[in-house]
Design a protein around this ligand. Structure first.
Ligand code: GDP
Ligand code: GDP
Length: 438
């Protein structure tokens, strides 16, 4: 279920973004000669020879001075070492091997992660030029000639990546284990929660051995079941360079979410809701994962009998796009309601995997369309003939209709609510696929 991660690392201007775009067949990330351009698209789903993986561009950092450059490159490489299954180190044929390439190569090699060395800007076809052989000095095995601009060599590069991917059966989830990503801004209390849980409950394996990608995973077993907590607290590791932190925290959260079945979106009770919280929550929503909004540090809030209700009301407005998510007030410090959190995790996970029979679904549909007639336009009325749920995680519904353009968002929202009224689906997003049928 969780896709392998392939990370692209390398100095600025070697062509990482160009390569990313070429490999993902898109122009989502912006390539410019001017330094300082922000590239917000940093990950994409890829497929090569039937094998899916997530490609991550760790680039986009524009250093101001050389010493900053090296520290940023190390940080980038560190992130890749932690999170990726395979790392592509991109170098530049035109500039040859430079000191920073060597430094990062040593670091990557020590990590033991599978590596693919890409010598980019090899624009001319045919035998490699003499400069190419210099790249063997990096000690990373056979370099692959690539021209990200023209696309030469990208097939060889992907073949090499595929060779290093973990065998596919490893991706099969153990179905009695629920993987939980704990996401949120720095300092909201993510690691405190994990520490609290591992201090109190039986932790089978902390820091599961094996790939370094799992270094922040904690496996826990309690009366509610087996869980793997994916802690994204690595975000907080301070660095002298502050710019890339935000970017990396989003990336870390994204990767954790991809690997999880349930997301715990943690906010700080004292601070309240911020834009960054909704950004993180939006990632979970888009990924179709079950979510719980957890308000931590509840011990530190001065309250009377009404505080929780009004806090909850306010949060439901702030997180209106995920009104399905239950809200829980906890304290990682005192342990208040941490037990309840596990019950909820188990519950929303089951909701995310819920399958509704076609018969029941169409009963709800008939009832819903009788209560509120579907919209019309210029005398033509939307007809929903039939509805079925082909897949789960998240529950996805296909609606066969006469005209897709009449199926406005508001009516979709209405149907969604009707389905939720009847079947619950608490804590999980749902998706609609609209198909026209004449
Ligand atoms: P990044 O900083 O590593 O992400 O590098 P970019 O992808 O932004 O590329 C830096 C510059 O190198 C841009 O001007 C690209 O057009 C150029 N470039 C990237 N790949 C190639 C290539 O294969 N051949 C040539 N000639 N130029 C390239
Ligand atoms: P992270 O960056 O999200 O992992 O946050 P930490 O777990 O490192 O916590 C940040 C700070 O918040 C620390 O000083 C914690 O002691 C404090 N903290 C965490 N949970 C609670 C809580 O439930 N109540 C109170 N009062 N403080 C907390």
């Amino acid at each position: 279920m969780s896709k392998p991660v392939v990370a692209i690392v390398g100095r600025p201007n070697v062509g990482k973004s160009t390569l990313f775009n070429k490999l993902t067949g898109s122009r989502l990330s912006i390539v410019e000669d001017t330094p300082g351009v922000t590239r917000d698209r940093i990950y994409a789903d890829c497929e090569w020879c039937g094998r899916g993986f997530m490609l991550v561009d760790t680039g986009g950092i524009e250093p101001r001075t050389d010493d900053v450059l090296l520290s940023q490159m190390r940080q980038q490489a560190q992130l890749a070492i932690e999170q990726a299954d395979v790392i592509i180190l991109v170098t530049d044929l035109r500039s040859g091997v430079v000191a920073n390439d060597l430094d990062v190569a040593v670091m990557l090699q020590k990590s033991g992660k599978p590596l693919v060395l890409c010598v980019n800007k090899s624009d001319s076809l045919g035998d490699p030029p003499a400069e190419f052989y210099e790249f063997y000095n990096l000690g990373l095995g056979d370099p692959i000639q690539v021209s990200a601009v023209h696309g030469h060599g990208t097939g060889d590069l992907l073949d090499a990546v595929l060779e290093h991917l973990p065998p596919e059966e490893n991706e099969v989830e153990e179905d009695d284990v629920i993987r939980v990503a704990i996401i949120g801004k720095p300092n909201v209390g993510k690691s405190s929660l994990v520490n609290r849980i591992s201090g109190e409950q039986r932790v089978i394996v902390s820091n599961i051995a094996g790939t370094t990608r799992d270094a922040v995973d904690t496996e826990v077993q309690n009366e509610h079941g087996k869980f793997v907590l994916i802690d994204t607290a690595g975000i907080r590791r301070k660095s002298r360079v502050d710019d890339p932190i935000e970017k990396y925290s989003v990336l870390r959260a994204k990767l954790a979410i991809e690997r999880a079945q349930v997301c715990v979106i943690m906010i700080d009770a004292c601070e309240g809701f911020t834009e960054q919280d909704s950004k993180v929550a939006g990632l979970a929503h888009e990924a179709g994962k079950a979510s719980i909004i957890v308000v931590n540090k509840w011990d530190a809030v001065e309250k009377d009998g009404k505080t929780m209700d009004s806090y909850r009301k306010k949060l439901m407005e702030d997180f209106s796009f995920m009104s399905y998510a239950p809200i829980l007030f906890i304290s990682a410090k005192t342990g208040q309601r941490v037990d309840r959190l596990f019950e909820l995790i188990k519950f929303v996970d089951s909701q995310n995997a819920l399958r509704i029979s076609t018969g029941m679904l169409n009963d709800v549909l008939a009832d819903a369309t009788a209560r509120v007639q579907p919209p019309t336009d210029k005398g033509k009325r939307l007809k929903i003939y039939y509805m079925t749920q082909p897949s789960t995680r998240p529950p996805t519904f296909v609606c066969f209709v006469n005209r897709a353009d009449l199926f406005h968002f508001s009516y979709q929202r209405y149907l969604e609510n009707r389905i939720r009224d009847v079947f619950g689906l608490e804590g999980t997003p749902m998706r609609f696929i609209i198909r026209e049928r004449g």
